[in-house]
Design a protein around this ligand. Structure first.
Ligand code: DC
Length: 225
């Protein structure tokens, strides 16, 4: 039986940073499910498929293979064998990924991919519908949230560090648009699962969030050596 920590929440709550830190500390496999949708979006861009051409995006799923590996303590994302960890974070991908992830066929396929990536492993998995759709019976279920301006500020800083040119206003708009789209999705919409623990990270440092989540997990999990 595998042990599953499921974390959902909107963009910029620190889910990615936190799951990466906790996965290292507890020896859990880290699965960033947003990366799977980003791979589909990147593949569409590379093949000149427009957002409106949904049937082409759906057809492209047949030719997409996604894998994740931990290399030197870092999570790498592979699209058809190519390491695309950097490319999937581009501005172009960020702008279309939420809409791509709204296509129901894309969601069915990605949920399948995500469950397969977790099969037989002890994992920490983050996204938008992990606690509600992918693993509703996960051992630990957490919903992370934060004020949208704080989230935009965090994302903006992250973009700057990665050398991606975007203004704070652009990042904020992008976050607002994604929140709206993520919450209004027909399938897999972002929502708080009834039995999830709600964690507001607005005034908290990464260390504080990490400690709180470790505490929550600690009640269910014995540290691995
Ligand atoms: O976490 P992220 O920003 O990398 O996610 C990219 C997009 O994918 C985001 O707009 C919402 C979508 N997503 C989703 O619909 N379901 C998930 N489990 C994870 C991400």
């Amino acid at each position: 039986m595998s042990f599953i920590v499921a974390i959902d929440g909107p963009a910029g709550t620190g889910k990615g940073t936190i799951t990466s830190l906790i996965s290292k500390e507890l020896g859990l496999v880290n699965i960033d499910t947003g990366a799977t949708y980003r791979c589909v979006a990147l593949n569409a861009i590379r093949n000149n498929i427009k957002l409106e051409e949904q049937e082409k995006i759906i057809a492209s799923l047949e030719n997409i293979e996604i894998d994740m590996k931990n290399e030197g303590g870092e999570q790498k994302v592979f699209l058809n064998g190519e390491d695309v960890s950097k490319q999937i974070r581009s501005k172009e991908v960020s702008q279309i990924v939420s809409q791509v992830s709204s296509i129901k066929e894309v969601r069915y396929k990605m949920v399948e991919v995500q469950r397969k990536l977790a099969q037989g492993k002890d994992v920490i998995m983050e996204g938008r519908d992990i606690t509600t759709v992918v693993f509703p019976k996960a051992n630990v279920k957490i919903y992370m949230d934060a004020d949208e301006r704080v989230r935009a500020q965090r994302r903006y800083k992250e973009m700057q560090e990665k050398g991606i040119q975007m203004t704070y206003e652009e990042v904020l708009k992008n976050i607002q648009a994604r929140d709206k789209n993520d919450k209004e999705k027909e399938i897999g919409a972002l929502k708080i699962a009834e039995d999830a623990i709600y964690l507001d990270t607005t005034g908290l440092s990464i260390e504080e969030v990490k400690d709180r989540i470790l505490n929550i997990i600690g009640q269910n999990y014995t540290k691995k050596s």
